[in-house]
Design a protein around this ligand. Sequence first.
Ligand code: ADP
Length: 570
Amino acid sequence: MAAGVCGPAPLVFRLHEGSPGLVREVLLERGWVEYDEQEQEEGDWNLYWRASAFRNADYENILPWQRLNHHPKTVGITRKDCLARNLKRMKGTFGSVLYDFSPTAFILPNDYTKFLAEYTKNRLENRGRLVYWICKPVDLSRGRGIFIFEDIKDLTYDSTVIVQRYISDPLLISGYKFDLRVYVCVRSFHPLTIYIHQEGLVRFATEKYNLTSLGNLYAHLTNTSINKFGPFYTTDKERVGQGCKWTMSKFRCFLHNQGIDELPLWQRINSIVTLTLLTIAPSIPCSPNCLELLGFDILIDASFKPWLLEVNYSPALSLDCPADVTVKKGLLNDLFDLMGYKKVDRLRQRGYLRQRYRHPSYFSSQCLQTIGSPMLLFPRFMYESKPDNQSQGESSFHTLHDDNVGDSDDKVTLPLVETKQISSARKSKGGTTCSSCPSCALRPKPNPKSTTAGNRTRPPFSRISEHAPWPEARDTESALARQPLRLSPVGVWKLPTIQIQKYKPPTYPWHNISKENSKPPSRVGDFVLTFPFNEATFKASQSELDVKTAVQEVHRLMNRLASPHMHKVK
Ligand code: ADP
């Protein structure tokens, strides 16, 4: 039965077997209904969510109102060996100064001789100072099959593995190792449009870090999937080292209380994300109905340098503790806002009425063709900063100490967003070809009425620049660094936005924006636009992605931020 012919068509989600239950929960809370294969037809869904990759046919048969949660061919960064290979290639092209954020890696057995040479060189050069390595099977995840070694005689493997230099001097909190799970949304590869979520997770090992016990995975790995089997794991404690995770807000609050200027750290992380995505962006087919949520795992070392450990395809959305609930629910809500659906799907409904959109083949295998305007529209609301509790601690050398930090249990209030108009879908029905997608730049015309429709609880997005409680994108590093934590009217601590690029968000209303200069919104919920971040990168991301210019701009930004007189630089 074609849904929605008689009345307003509700938004419908389709979950592939094994998809996270949280996706279902959040979408149901937002008023969506679940697709029923027995009752409904292929075209009766709006969002298809899979934890695994889609088939080519899924991309080929997509209808104008439908979206997929994966872009094709992102394996170039989400598989450990592909990531290592691609980063090495970029290092060769653009130099090791910028691409120095990933520990040296070798893919074995192929690179065994190279690894042996490096291992021997290190042994000779670092007399007395031990060098450690970590071995990871390339096709496993969640810490499975990983071990750490110092002596090559302990290296054994029976499948393809990467052997990576082990960051043996991680930053510790109260003696425990931790890493950051940073959530990244690639809303589009053509033009490249990257958002980083301000919330994220800090995942702790459950036993104290100790280089004399390399076999103790509970001290060396930070995966929850490993640590939850540890003797000290419990979800119910507030202190570090007992199986807890922190929200990123709590971590930032902690850094703030330690008197640490966090901004350079976040800028480096932003750059890591951009530089990593630039390695694959030109090779990703244009597919405007897709978006990708990635989990970047970042380890911070004792000198505060962030290292990229890996990029996770379909980052875990299971709920192990209160921090998971806060972060992942908020994340998914913001992600769905970024997709820009309206409450009901008039596009699908009218598509059925006109019977014009029955399985057209919009995409070719070489270059997926556009359906005209990207289906990902722009919500109009202002974010609400999330409350977080205050933390305390004392610092000592590179081990920071946490005293007692409570979990925040704040909730995101959802806005309504507009959906694309049928007219623009109709305009694009002919399937314009994308030469790296110039035609993908067609933008939806806004429906002025819809800004006032529904029970929107957040003020319009366009008001951010006038009333935002935090410094906007134009602020300088020093201005941000000076920003105190603020007390909101409801008495909760808020942290400033981590955004330092000088990039002006678009001026609303949308109908004044021509397709040539339309810019993505600088913020959607807690997703902050990190690429493009200035006019040069905006231009470089249009038509065919100009990777060289993009990399140079990241370099310039890094240099400018490293300068002590950064705020004076124009
Ligand atoms: P998986 O996909 O199995 O989770 P990761 O590469 O994320 O593999 O590694 C798992 C964990 O091992 C990380 O979360 C981190 O705690 C630790 N780890 C991985 N690589 C390194 C490294 N090079 N140096 C230090 N710790 C590492």
